[in-house]
Design a protein around this ligand. Structure first.
Ligand SMILES: Cc1cc2nc3c(=O)[nH]c(=O)nc-3n(C[C@H](O)[C@H](O)[C@H](O)COP(=O)(O)OP(=O)(O)OC[C@H]3O[C@@H](n4cnc5c(N)ncnc54)[C@H](O)[C@@H]3O)c2cc1C
Length: 564
């Protein structure tokens, strides 16, 4: 073994950053191993201050970008301004037994640089769902276990939003919310009138709208609502590991970051019954290193964490570390984003809005919340926004009248989308290829994940209910689109993949206990999306952060007590 630490964290994204922060604050000498390059806050955001005309192709996706990257080029945020934060399709291939869009960011900060920053807590309606509805296994925790850690994370991150007082979307610790525009307010009022059980709220998002000392101490300041977030924010106004958790961990003096190093596997010590450390490979030189630590946090993002653990084989665990029941890699679930409805609305042509806004309007799930009431399981959140067509709108005419028409804002258009809970099933799984490996000698991941009939029914329900709500608000020109049916959206494109190393009470049916420890190897913690027993309908990353902070503090306590 070449190097020894108290803790190793694999991956420096949203969850790895939180593990590093908490462990370093607790005085543990922590090594973060990151397969990608260093990205320093501000300095390494090369496009953050560029205008469209500064880009070679006006900040679009060129034909070459699309041809070279058939998967990531489908992703809405991929363009000339962000492409350096996406892992290009050819760099780390995988085998799609069924079509799966695997979107990754391999760099310090991971996808925390790219995310859309929507954050909602889970309620007990989500934690209790598997038990109530008889799928997956019972979660070993409830909202009250996570509530103090949600608060802990939210205060540090900075969440903009309102305290809405909703039973199925518990309130967060919030900073001032963004505003709805006039058409969004109109739609909200109409929905409130006709569907009193469907509250419409302003999106809660990880943006500092009124900096507190905890944010300025991180060097972060107020959101300017530029909505250029995915390029990296020079104000540190939205939460990323780069702007927030990693520099905070660094200040403790306990953090070491090793970049450009791929974790190959975790080494298990048969004598002690614990993980000894990790085998890692320098991405350029392919030089092998062994790093040793008392505890290991696996935060490579869902599918890479599954990959690392499945590849961590030993005499006791021939099918992957801690995988005695053969369930590792199974029950992968995600969010159903297939449905979109667009519409227009007349009557507000004399009204406009000022500036941009980094979030939209939300409606928490209203299906099957209190009891089962449809022929599909679980529900979906609805998000929508209204805006006016800009100068690029279609305009008739020529010459002066054409130019004159361009200076006027166009009609109001509405875009509505769903974020549905998918039900984890065993068949939706990942496994390792026995024949093919990557340039670092790691087997390629095979993805075998597909939509189910439950997802199809949920989609039809969204079309029906969304149409009803928009029509009652007076909207016209409604168009519903199943983005999967038109060949665009496979599972994975929503970047909310979860599961494979699920939490549960029973080592026979789950991999992790209620503290995110592997049942069969207690000094290994998995706290990213891989640990999720089910997916809820909320955006997931806030829950990953809270679970990570909770597990890291538990691990530090156990080390102090001499149990780890
Ligand atoms: C455009 C976009 C919009 C999104 N919007 C939202 C949203 O609004 N709300 C929300 O909740 N979520 C959103 N997400 C999802 C969110 O980004 C992820 O849930 C979150 O980043 C997951 O955190 P993580 O720590 O598990 O993984 P990541 O942030 O991806 O970090 C994983 C890190 O591990 C590293 N790594 C992987 N394998 C290895 C290895 N073998 N060795 C060493 N290092 C390794 C990677 O390089 C990476 O840096 C969005 C994602 C995208 C791309």
């Amino acid at each position: 073994m070449e190097y020894t630490f108290d803790a190793i964290v694999i991956g420096s994204g949203i969850s790895g950053g939180w593990a590093a922060k908490e462990l370093c604050e607790r005085g543990l000498k922590t090594l973060v191993i990151e397969r990608g390059r260093m990205v320093k806050h501000v300095k390494d955001y090369p496009t953050a201050m560029l205008d469209p005309w500064d880009f070679q192709h006006g900040n679009t996706k060129t034909r070459a970008m699309i041809d070279e990257n058939p998967t990531i080029s489908k992703h809405y945020a991929f363009d000339e301004s962000t492409k350096h934060f996406y892992i290009q399709d050819a760099i780390h291939p995988y085998i799609q037994e069924k079509p799966f869009d695997w979107i990754r960011g391999y760099q310090v900060g991971g996808k925390s640089l790219l995310w859309a920053r929507q954050t909602q807590r889970w309620s007990d309606y989500e934690f209790e769902a598997p038990k109530r509805d008889g799928f997956a296994v019972d979660w070993p925790i409830r909202h009250q276990d996570l509530a103090p850690w949600y608060s802990h994370v939210e205060k540090f991150v900075g969440i903009s939003g309102n305290r809405d007082g909703l039973p199925n979307l518990p309130d967060s610790e919030v900073l001032p919310a963004f505003e709805m525009n006039v058409v969004e307010k109109h739609i909200k009022n109409k929905i409130n009138l006709h569907f009193p059980d469907r509250p419409v709220i302003m999106g809660r998002c990880a943006h500092v709208t009124a900096p507190q000392a905890i944010h300025t101490n991180q060097g972060r300041t107020k959101c300017m609502a530029r909505s250029l977030c995915q390029r990296g924010c020079p104000f540190g106004a939205y939460f990323s590991s780069n702007a927030s958790t990693l520099p905070w961990a660094e200040k403790t003096g306990h953090l070491t970051i090793k970049t450009d190093t791929v974790v190959h596997s975790i080494i298990y010590d048969e004598k002690t019954g614990k993980a000894l450390g990790v085998k890692a490979i320098e991405s350029d030189t392919k030089k092998e290193h062994f790093y040793k630590a008392r505890i290991i946090f696996v935060n490579g993002a869902t599918l890479n964490s599954n990959l690392i653990l499945l590849n961590s084989k030993s005499a006791k665990f021939p099918d992957g570390l801690g995988n005695l029941n053969g369930l590792m890699g199974t029950h992968i679930a995600f969010h159903n984003y297939r449905g979109r409805i667009t519409a227009s609305l007349e009557g507000f042509e004399d009204q406009y809005y000022f500036g941009r806004r980094p979030t939209q309007v939300f409606m928490p799930s209203f299906r099957n919340v209190y009891k089962q009431e449809t022929d599909f399981l679980r529900g979906y959140m609805v998000a929508f926004s209204a805006s006016r067509e800009g100068w690029a709108k279609p305009v008739d005419g020529i010459g002066a009248s054409f130019k004159e028409a361009l200076t006027e804002a166009g009609k109001w258009t509405i875009s509505m989308m769903m974020q549905g809970e998918t039900v984890p099933i065993k068949e939706n799984h990942v496994r390792l290829s026995k024949e093919k490996s990557d340039q670092w000698g790691v087997p390629l991941l095979i993805t075998s994940i597909a939509y189910t009939e439950n997802d199809d029914k949920q989609l039809q329900d969204f079309f029906q209910e969304g149409t009803k709500m928009l029509e009652m608000a007076g909207c016209k020109d409604l168009v519903t689109v199943d983005q999967h049916a038109i060949g665009y959206r496979n599972p994975g494109l929503e970047v909310h993949d979860m599961g494979g190393v699920r939490m549960g009470h029973d080592p026979e049916t789950s991999l992790l206990n209620k503290w995110n420890q592997l049942h069969h190897c207690k000094n290994v913690f998995v706290t990213d999306g891989a640990c999720m027993t089910s997916t809820g309908n909320q955006n997931p990353s806030l829950t990953f952060m809270a679970l990570t902070a909770r597990a890291a503090n538990y691990a530090a306590d156990e080390i102090r007590k001499g149990n780890l």
